[in-house]
Each structure stands twice: as structure tokens, then as C-alpha cells.
Design a protein around this ligand. Sequence first.
Ligand code: NAD
Length: 417
Amino acid sequence: MREERISPLDVALEQLRITAEKTDLDPGIHEMLKYPKRSLVVSIPIKLDNGEVSVFMGCRVQHNGARGPFKGGIRYHPDVTLDEVIALAMWMTWKCAVVDIPYGGAKGGVSCNPKLMSKSELERLTRRYTNALLDIMGPFRDVPAPDVYTDEQVMAWIMDTYSQFRGYTVPECVTGKPLILGGSEGRVEAAARGAFICGREAVRRLGMKMKGAAVAVQGFGNVGWNAAKIAYDTGCKIIAVSDSSGGIYRKQGLNPYEVYEHKKKSGSVVAHKGSEKITNEELLELECDILIPAALENQITTVNAKNISAKIVAEGANGPTTPEADRILFEKGVFLVPDILANAGGVTVSFYEWVQNLEREHWPLEEVNSKLENKMVKSFNDVYETAKKEKTDMRTAALMLGIGRVGEAIKTLGIWP
Ligand code: NAD
């Protein structure tokens, strides 16, 4: 990972500061938004398969709920810290407001290495963690979803644990579930589809063409793999992809379906037939039309921003770019679609899943995708028009919209008592 010593929380607070200054945000509301409403830190003891006990740190942060129930993913990763989760929860608050869905922002995390754990250890960890969150989660309180290294199976265990304690089945307590348990069509690829739609809209604005556009994707998990697949199916050329073990490059283009099969067998995209090995750092600096960072935070920093050669950056990941790097990219003329817009397709279809669960309905894929398409295009246009009007970059414009809506909601509700 690139080293510019700035934590995700510093990034999130700096973005809030810049936006507050630009919008003359009420100082009291600015102060309120710097801190989460609630942070719960829990220890999660579980029995490992060898009979020993191991204890993991877990947390859930609820940042602001002025616009609706808290919503946000759960991350399992060795680098999870409370500060990181606070930053991610804050971004969720702005994100839900940018795409105008009635949720507040939250995030959860467990500091663990799921790659070194068995399926049954992960199940015990998930159930014990869910048990620790019981008092603060629920369909109208806080609704978790998948994030890095958590998936549909983890969501199924969360739903079951919550339901066991309530005494009846509550599918609407979590989203990103398997279809058989009330998951939504299109949820698995929703964040990637949203990022793709944003990339496509940016291509249109720049007068470029999607057909044959060179795309590089960092991270080959839920967001990265699906983004590569959707872009490939639309006629883009996927010139590079990567994961935590490194990256691969092929000037003439890779077939992401074949790369996916290779990763399934070997555990990584690296050493895929006919490709050249590159590092994650090199991937970010490749000359391409669209760069999709879809891994972790702090990837584009002052160290490499001046070397970014992509025309468009569509942030599939949360927080991949630091504020100083933002400024460098803007000055270079790179069209950056910020995370709180670009990856908002995930929470949008999570919202659709929640609505379907509450109504006991199941919508067809075409309906979900068409609602998502309309939502993303409208949100992109709102941010683009704001950026033009305010003569600023897309990140600041998105933050102005999101934070503005949250601030307005708080003001209208009033500060109780
Ligand atoms: P995932 O666990 O499915 O995939 C993560 C990928 O990143 C894996 O391919 C992993 O190998 C790779 N990776 C990990 N460390 C890396 C490193 N140091 N360098 C390069 N690659 C690395 O996770 P995901 O759900 O695809 O999430 C990826 C990003 O997208 C995160 O920032 C997440 O917060 C964001 N996001 C996810 C969703 C969602 O619905 N899953 C929605 C919005 C945003």
C-alpha cells in the first residue's frame, strides 16, 4: 500500500472540513457530524477448531441517523480499527444522502484474517458478533450488509442469529442475503454496476466511447470482478486486474471470466496464462481510459497521484484517494467519480432488498436493474451539475450534496431536547 501517512478518518474529517467551509455549514452541525452517534466495541471469543479459544475485536459504528435507519457493511480484515470503521460509517451517511435513499450511515468490522479461518470458525465468529450487536441492530434500527471479506453466507448467519433471538424469521434485518433467504436479484453485482454506470456517464461527458475503452481494475473481489465482467460484456477492453497477491496486464485485453476461473483454482489472478505480472502500484499508474480502484483505502496518494495516467477514475472502493491526491488529479484533468457516488449502487440495491423484504415481494432482475440505472444516472447528473455550478471537482460536489442534505435534515428535526 502507498504510504502517505493519513488515516481514513483523517481523510473523512478533512473532506467534511473542506465541505463545511465551502457551504457555510452551521458550526454546530459540523461539530455534530465529526463524531458518530454511537460506537460499540466488543470482544468476540470463539472456540477454534483445535479447541483453543481466540478473542477478536469487533465494532459497529452508527454515524448519523437523521435521514433513516442506520445502514452499512461489515468488514472482516486484519487491519480493521475503530477509526477506520468510523470513517467508513461517515462515508455511508453522505453516500445514502447523495443517492437520496432514506438511511443513515453505519459500518461494522471485525479485526481477523478470514483467509486463515475455517468456515465453521467464521460461522461462530459471525454469530457471536451478531449476538453482541443485538441491542443496536434491527430492521428499523441498523441493517448490516456485506463488505470486504464478508459475503452472502455471512449475511445468512447474521439473519439466522438475529431471528433466533427474536423468535421469528426477520429477513429485513440484513441485506446482501442469498436469494433463497429473501436476497434481491442484482444485489451481488450492484456496487460494480453502479460504478460501471458512473464510468459510462463520465465517458459520455468527455466525448469518449465505451466500445474498446481500456479499463484497469484494482481488486478482484465482489466489486472488482463484477465491474470487470460488466465492462467486458459491454465491449470495454480489460487491460489489467489485481488482488492482494499482485496484478496482471495484457495490452490486447484479458477475458475476466477466464481470470475468475484461474483465481478460483489458484487463489489469485497472478500467473494467468498469457498475462504479464505487474504490481498493484504499477496497475494504478497504467495508461488507460477508466481506472477502477476496488480494493482498499489509501491507494492514490501524494506519492503516486501525479503518475496516474487514467482519463477517468471511478472509485469502486471506499476512500482510495486522499484529499491532497484529489487536488493533484483535478489539476491534471482526471475525471474522478468519488466513492460516495460511484459505489452507491451497493447500498441502493440493499435498500431495494429491504423494501422487498418488508413488502414480502420479490422483484425481477430487470426491475431492480432499471431502478438502479435511473437512480445512478440521476445521482450522477445531480453531482455533475453541482460541480459545474460550484466550479469544483466531483468529490466536493458530491460531498456538498450529501452533507447538505444531512445538515438540512438535522436542522429540520431540531436538536432534542
Ligand atoms: P471483497 O472482499 O469481495 O474483495 C476485495 C478484493 O480486494 C479482493 O480481490 C482482495 O484480494 C483485494 N485486495 C485486498 N487487499 C488488497 C491490496 N492491498 N491490494 C490490492 N488488492 C487487495 O470486497 P468488496 O466487497 O469487493 O469490497 C471492495 C471495496 O469496495 C471496499 O472498499 C468496500 O468497502 C467497497 N464497497 C463494497 C460494496 C459491496 O457491496 N460489497 C459496496 C460499496 C463499496
